[in-house]
Design a protein around this ligand. Sequence first.
Ligand code: GTP
Length: 294
Amino acid sequence: MSNMNKFGVVTIIGRPNVGKSTLLNYILGEKVTIISSKPNTTRTVVKGIKTTKDYQAVFVDTPGIHNARDKINRLMVDQTVSSLSMVDVIYLMMEPDEIFASEFNYIMSLLNELNIPKFLLINKIDAYKRHEIYKMADTAFKKGKFKYVLPISAKKGTNVEKLLSLTVEEFSSTGAFYDEEEITSIPEKFLIAEFVREQVFNYMKDELPYDTLVECESLEEENDKLFASVSIIVKRDSQKGMIIGKQGQNLKNIGKRARQNLKRFFGVPIHLELWVKVKSNWQDSDEYLSIQGL
Ligand SMILES: Nc1nc2c(ncn2[C@@H]2O[C@H](COP(=O)(O)OP(=O)(O)OP(=O)(O)O)[C@@H](O)[C@H]2O)c(=O)[nH]1
């Protein structure tokens, strides 16, 4: 498809009160898509979606990463970090007077394992003196591997447009485009499809992943276990064979890795049923267009 919109997933990490919600509210403006959390579940990770004519950005939560002090929490944080592999950009948010203490070093050491662009956002610049902001930016460059260090004010919106355009530059143009209402009601399905899509990209070479649409068709929960049925839709029979692989090895690998990541992410076991389908013109089909929200 020509003219494909950009799609990406962003997470904001930062200690309580640093201004994460304020930034998200500013970015999403009045058109906030709040994904209400269901009772008894901690699985609702999608915080909001920003859709423009050029791109769609999904903001997800990374719970627990800032309580990395004791062992149990570290375990949880490790799991959170693995689940971050599906994210396109990580924002780490700090205030100009925050000290780069052991907790920061620990979080950075975890995040540095991930080959994902990290932006340091120095927030609340409206409330600090210039030299404090410069000092923080300087230390940040020395201490962390940040693609950008951006001073912002989430409250006033200073530099937020700039932040968004830099963020969208990191997005790939290959992702599906989701209907906001649909995603509001099925964030988990969306995430499951994304996790599988990630593994298609991981195991398949060349153009094949770009010719692939991944869709979670059904999701049920029973006795604290998730049952998901996911279709991997390709354009040609030969591609179907490639996805399945010799004796089904590729499909097994895709399923195995996706299942492991999903289990870590959702915190419950998941039974993942994968189907490979051929639909030569999926990019023109009504189904695909409805996923795109067109
Ligand atoms: N001066 C100033 N205050 C800000 C800015 N951004 C956020 N705040 C204030 O900081 C406080 C905390 O902001 P939140 O957005 O709730 O912080 P949070 O990181 O989401 O906090 P948790 O939900 O506890 O994790 C609020 O009183 C905000 O108004 C900013 O750019 N400048």
